[in-house]
Design a binder for this molecule. Structure first.
Ligand SMILES: Cc1cc2nc3c(=O)[nH]c(=O)nc-3n(C[C@H](O)[C@H](O)[C@H](O)COP(=O)(O)OP(=O)(O)OC[C@H]3O[C@@H](n4cnc5c(N)ncnc54)[C@H](O)[C@@H]3O)c2cc1C
Length: 464
């Protein structure tokens, strides 16, 4: 048996040459730290509004090195915080506005990619959450009912029986029906990143790879804000921090988010016979209703790309390349895949992972402080593909300063609401790893007995 490649499937045959590193000082209007979706979309959106703007991106490695080049490719309208939490913060109209904006953003993202001539295999096929235990079925049905009470209809989100799902969208072993949500597309994330990198350059942005920023310094008096690297300093009216799971290295941001690892595997291409049973023919992404999230998509070349949480949180919010792989989690993912797709052929060809950013209150954030010349965006947990696009569009609107656009953007719950700080260690480590352990236990119990764990509701609140 061959060991799987430890690089993302998405990088196969798609790696682009690094851009030259920063060499010397530079003056720009906006300097962006981090070349993932957040940084690249911010640059793209700023330059779309004003092509004369001087925009530079400083990337520690190469664009797409972080979560943006490694993720599951769900371009979904999911929001990391629960609907109840959003309702508490911004009321019914605010929740509806957020939901409608996110749903529209799925299609907008596809249009924006198409506009720049980027073929990232965008397929707007919706998403299925299969119920694979009775407890999951009850929970998922309640989710659909709650969504309908808030005003969604069957065209947005609907419950389908096992037969209906298998006939119309997809099938996994042991499914007892599930949710079909129309607001999701599947993409090849790394093709989106590389296409976007080229588009930013064509629009006049400057990109510097292998240029890690060691410090971000706010504006003070007549001195502009700055991003400092060992090879030079970039001064700007606004320095944007777009470093998501890597953000804890920056003073002042150490407890804004915690890096949590999500890991993935890919299979060999599967046969026509396999797909005639399992469907997913129009780009439907899929998950099931377990607590410890799993997610998958059928790729354009007929593989399964499949991921899940379950890797531990590492003490002190540390981020290290060796955490991108875990033999234990890869084996769990392989087992979960074979349970859902028992006729799966061949070996796992790839296994990889990366850090995403979990904010304390589950709320992503877009902040801009004109006086200090600082901005930041992130905190998307595992829902960052569309959220980073929407966050970047919102930040570009705030920076560009069009009053009408700003008042619309400021209605979004994540705009100008700085993240709540996480607890100090060892509380963080204890809390997060206990939550992950309980989630795994609850899933095992549900699988064995069909009934929910006694701490089910508490877990729902904890995991958001
Ligand atoms: C395995 C996995 C699966 C996921 N699946 C999905 C999914 O299916 N759907 C979904 O919506 N979301 C998913 N996510 C989350 C999503 O990928 C992220 O939320 C999103 O890509 C974040 O984009 P970003 O640009 O903010 O951060 P990143 O893509 O992480 O980019 C941050 C960049 O900053 C750079 N950087 C770090 N430090 C510095 C420094 N000092 N100086 C300069 N640059 C620096 C990094 O090298 C990196 O390129 C997943 C995440 C992971 C890890």
């Amino acid at each position: 048996m061959n060991a799987p490649s430890r690089q993302p499937l998405w990088w196969d045959g798609a790696l682009s040459l690094p851009r030259p590193a920063l060499a010397g000082d530079l003056d720009v209007d906006v300097c962006i730290v981090g070349g993932g979706f957040s940084g690249l979309w911010t640059a793209r959106e700023l330059l779309r509004r004003d092509s004369s703007l001087r925009v530079a991106i400083l990337e520690a490695r190469t664009c797409g090195f972080g979560a943006s080049g490694r993720n599951g490719g769900w371009a979904s309208a999911l929001f990391p915080a629960s609907a109840a939490q959003v309702l508490d913060l911004v009321g019914f109209d605010g929740e509806r506005h957020l939901t409608a904006t996110l749903r529209a953003a799925v299609g907008d993202l596809g249009d924006a990619l198409a506009h720049d001539g980027i073929d990232a295999h965008f397929r707007h096929g919706g998403t299925i959450t299969f119920a694979t235990t009775d407890a999951q079925r009850e929970r998922l049905r309640a989710e659909v009912e709650a969504a309908h009470e808030r005003g969604d209809d069957d065209g947005d989100i609907t419950w389908l029986s096992a037969t209906e799902l298998a006939q119309s969208h997809g099938h996994v072993d042991g499914q007892r029906g599930g949710i079909f949500d129309a607001h999701c597309a599947a993409i090849h994330p790394y093709l989106a990143v590389t296409g976007l990198t080229d588009a930013v350059e064509r629009a006049g942005g400057r990109i510097f790879d292998n240029s890690p920023v060691t410090r971000i310094v706010p504006a003070h008096g007549s001195r502009r804000a700055a991003a400092i690297t060992v090879a030079g300093t970039v001064r700007a009216d606004i320095v944007v921090r777009a470093t998501e799971g890597f953000s804890t290295q920056f003073t002042g941001a150490r407890r804004d988010v915690v890096p949590v690892y999500s890991l993935m595997v890919a299979t060999e291409p599967q046969s026509d016979e396999f797909w005639s049973t399992h469907g997913l023919a129009t780009g439907e992404t899929f998950a099931d209703g377990r607590h410890l999230i799993i997610y998958g998509q059928r790729t354009r070349d007929n593989r399964l790309a499949f991921g899940g949480r379950g890797a531990p949180y590492h003490f002190g919010s540390s981020v290290e390349p060796r955490f991108d792989n875990s033999v234990r989690v890869t084996s769990l993912l392989g087992d979960a895949l074979r349970q859902l797709f028992p006729t799966l052929a061949g070996e796992l060809t790839h296994s990889w992972g990366g850090p995403l950013a979990l904010p304390r209150n589950h709320l992503p954030f877009v902040t801009l402080d004109h006086r200090r010349g600082l901005a930041a965006l992130g905190g998307y947990t595992g829902d960052g593909v569309v959220m980073s696009y929407l966050a970047a569009r919102s930040l570009a609107a705030l920076i560009a300063g069009d009053a009408d656009e700003i008042s619309d953007v400021e209605r979004l719950v994540f705009v100008q609401r700085p993240p709540r700080k996480w607890e100090m260690e060892p509380l963080r480590w204890l809390g997060i790893n206990t939550g992950l352990w309980l989630a795994g236990r609850a899933d095992a119990r549900e699988h064995a007995t069909g009934s929910p764990a006694p701490y089910d509701r508490w877990l729902e609140r904890l995991l958001g």
